[in-house]
Design a binder for this molecule. Structure first.
Ligand code: TRP
Length: 336
């Protein structure tokens, strides 16, 4: 019976649907989150932060498309909707009510210091523009909406990339401000920073990132995968010359390889495998890893009604938690 009293840790993360997932996202965020969901000590909630994406996506076809792409990707990578509460942010009206309530305990100065906003202001100043040129309130309030996502679900741990660390600090500050004014209500969430994220090299050796155009996309067709792998930058050593394994190609190969496969490839490098051949073998390894997932991905993308159903079921479960928190919040602020 004691076990019933041991609270599971609640893990929550949001994925902004603004791009095509690549293998950096897979190893840095998707795979670790799915692995975590298989651990019985955790209670996981993963959601698609579609209203956060509104800040970037201003076209209705893309808005829907990217939500499906993200949902299909996570499902194809093995997310089990029976184990994880998997939902879409915009299906929870509670998030937006809490967002407003939290705005009223959030110091404006706190948001002035948020990196994303500050970076835009600084760029404007550099280019001689008005400091707030091109900046809308969605960007400014972004951290409050994120705090609402997190605090509403009583999340303890929030897996995010390094770039989101400050948003977690802001969420904690907002929780503390609310708790101080109205009495203890919110759990203070901690970030869980993924170590691999940010260190995966892209095709040109810099960090793999959509903004550098150096990604290996997860679920494009085989030909695209082949082309992307062929673009990996190498030195100009000829076949027969020993190669250094401290290079992008070997690092990317290693992500998908077993220890044994890695050792074998290392030997081939020492024995002077040609870059063309090494790339061919890298393609084969990655493709065999990705193929079964790609099939699932394509299946979901051509049956989006299945995605709708899964996300609706997830939203129902999420709303049960959300409405409970919101009810407590409403009582504390004095709403009848
Ligand atoms: N801001 C996050 C990102 O850009 C996405 C996000 C929205 C999120 N709400 C969240 C992440 C809540 C963790 C928790 O990646």
């Amino acid at each position: 019976m004691l076990s019933e009293f041991i609270m599971k840790e609640r893990i929550l993360t949001g994925i902004k649907p603004t791009g095509i997932p690549h293998i950096g996202n897979y190893f840095g965020a998707i795979k670790p989150a799915i692995d975590m969901s298989k651990n019985e000590n955790y209670d996981c909630l993963y959601f698609i932060a579609d209203y956060h994406a509104l800040n970037i996506i201003k076209n209705k076809e893309d808005f829907e498309k990217y939500t499906y792409i993200i949902a299909a990707t996570w499902l194809a990578c093995g997310l089990d909707p029976n184990k994880v509460i998997f939902y879409k942010q915009s299906d929870l009206p509670e998030v937006f009510e809490l967002n407003w309530i939290l705005s009223n305990v959030t110091a404006k100065g706190l948001l002035n210091r948020a990196h994303a906003y500050k970076a835009c202001v600084e760029k404007n100043l550099e280019t001689g523009n008005d400091p707030d040129y091109g900046i809308n309130m969605g960007l400014y309030n972004y951290p409050v909406l994120m705090a609402a996502d997190i605090l509403l679900m009583n999340s303890n741990k929030v897996p995010v990339g390094q770039d989101q660390k400050q948003h977690l600090e802001i969420a904690r500050d907002i929780a503390i401000a609310f708790n101080n004014i109205y009495g203890k209500c919110f759990v203070l969430p901690q970030d869980l920073i993924s170590e691999t994220l940010g260190t995966l090299p892209g095709l040109d050796g810099r960090k793999m990132s959509k903004s550098y155009g150096n990604t290996i996309t997860l679920f494009d067709d085989e030909n695209t995968l082949k082309k992307q792998i062929n673009r990996i930058v190498t030195d100009s050593k000829m076949p027969g010359e020993p190669k250094d394994t401290n290079c992008t190609l070997f690092q990317i190969y290693s992500l998908f390889a077993s220890d044994e496969q890695k050792a074998e490839m290392k030997e081939k490098f020492e024995n002077g495998i040609g870059w063309g051949e090494a790339k061919k073998q890298t393609f084969e390894l990655i493709n065999s890893y990705i193929s079964p997932m790609r099939e699932k991905y394509n299946y979901y993308m051509s049956n989006t009604q299945l995605i709708d159903q899964i996300l609706q079921d997830g939203a129902k479960k999420a709303r049960a938690i959300a409405s409970d928190t919101l009810e407590r919040v409403r009582k504390l602020i004095g709403k009848k």
